[in-house]
Design a protein around this ligand. Structure first.
Ligand code: CTP
Length: 404
């Protein structure tokens, strides 16, 4: 996947250095060419030989390279980099970069590079939240440096709080997103809904559906990878949250999803509604558990808002994509939904086909546009389908830009 890409990793000193060994190893398995620069203090934590062995490349340290070497080396490394990662990034290294200090191999190379720079901070929580560090981070963000936020947890010093290096999987995902995908949705603001809603019957039971959120999360991942600002409104799912979201809103019921969508609508240009929303909810949630006294039990339900329809009514020039899950008369039902809900596209799932719909990693769909043109697709991974939907949205959006 990363064949032909050179990733330069600047490792600064902190207990999290050992986690970068795994990052290097994962990147090598993806066939990237990895070059590691270590600061003087990084070498105190992990021996350069470890990185040399894992990367299969020479490691740059001040210990092994004379100052006269790095004067030229840093320029060629800086040029070679398709992307630059600094991880773990200490308060010191962030401060140096933010203030134009270049006094060692790592800082001179970062200063000389034209490649995107990704910074993954790791430090004590009081240091991380210190306004001086935060100002430096803000300054770098304004200049286009990309940050992978540290996590909250118990830190090596025993303190609890934000400051723990992001997991290696997140770091690798961010590198892939920035290396592999074209940023053709930069500046687009996309609102995505995903997963099922849950409508409570009593304190123990609820009504829901088979949605796992996989389609919506794939659309969110693909949108982030292509540079969009993504807000994800999600029902209860077991999936890992995509990295790099602008906003994540967790909801449970259709009413909560309705409120969240309506609140976020004006901040977005594109709305993609993959969520499987319950059409009905119990008229009232019983305060106590319903006991099994009767042979037959009738539950009274009332209609939920049709969120997509409500968005369609006030969408203006926003692009609106809906999904349709059908089992009978599928094309006509989908066309009707497209019209009734004022959509630009509807993605139609035939739930009776194997490999389509809920739970699977693949989908089999047809996409219908406003004019009624239908494109049928073979079975494909949800992430590929996500990119096809985004291609259509992008095409529509650029033609709208031309008109405006
Ligand atoms: N949808 C919604 N709010 C609802 C129901 C559905 O926003 N209360 C959205 C879904 O997110 C999806 C689209 O509408 O994008 C179609 O959902 P689907 O369940 O196929 O259709 P319904 O409109 O609910 O119609 P029906 O159940 O009669 O097929």
């Amino acid at each position: 996947m990363l064949k032909g890409k050179t990733i330069v990793i600047g490792v600064s000193g902190g207990i999290a250095v050992y986690k970068i060994c795994e990052v290097v190893s994962r990147l090598r398995k993806l066939n990237a060419n990895v070059k590691v620069i270590m600061t003087k203090s990084a070498v105190e934590f992990v021996a350069p030989l470890t990185f040399q062995t894992l990367s299969n490349n020479e490691v740059y340290t001040e210990m092994f390279n004379k100052i006269s070497d790095w004067n030229t080396e840093h320029i060629s490394l800086a040029k070679e980099a398709d992307i630059f990662l600094i991880a773990p990034a200490t308060a010191n290294i962030i401060g140096k970069i933010a203030n134009g200090i270049a006094d060692d191999m790592l800082t001179t190379t970062v200063m000389a590079t034209k490649s995107p720079v990704i910074i993954a901070p790791a430090m004590n929580t009081n240091m991380y939240t210190n306004p001086i560090v935060q100002n430096n981070i803000e300054k770098l963000k304004q200049l286009g440096y990309i940050f992978i936020e540290p996590e909250e947890g118990i830190l090596a010093c025993g303190d609890k709080g934000v400051g723990r290096l992001a997991p290696p999987s997140d770091i690798v995902e961010t590198l892939i997103n920035n290396l592999v995908f074209k940023k053709d949705l930069k500046n687009k603001k996309i609102l995505i809904t995903a997963g099922p809603t849950m409508e409570e019957i009593d304190p123990v039971r609820y009504i829901t559906n088979h949605s796992t959120g996989k389609m919506g999360y794939a659309v969110a991942r693909a949108s982030i990878a292509r540079g969009a600002d993504v807000t994800l409104i999600s029902g209860t799912v077991t999936l890992e949250k995509p990295k790099g979201l602008k906003k994540y809103i967790q909801i449970q019921t259709a009413l909560e999803m309705y409120d969240a969508v309506m609140k976020e609508l004006d901040n977005n240009d594109i709305v993609i509604k993959t969520a499987a929303v319950a059409d009905y909810r119990p008229i009232k949630k019983e305060e106590d558990k319903i006991k099994k006294k009767q042979d037959n039990l009738v539950l009274s339900l009332t209609k939920n808002h049709d969120i997509l329809k409500a968005v369609g009514e006030k969408k203006g020039s926003k692009i609106l994509v809906g999904f349709a899950a059908e089992t009978t008369d599928i094309l006509n039902n989908a066309k009707e939904k497209l019209k009734k809900k004022n959509l630009d596209f509807i993605v139609l799932n035939d739930l009776k086909k194997e490999g389509a719909g809920f739970g699977s990693d693949t989908n089999i769909v047809s996409i219908i546009n406003k004019k009624g043109d239908i494109t049928h697709y073979e079975k494909m991974d949800k992430i590929n389908l996500a990119n096809i939907i985004l291609d259509m949205v992008k095409f529509k959006s650029s033609s709208l830009d031309d008109i405006n």
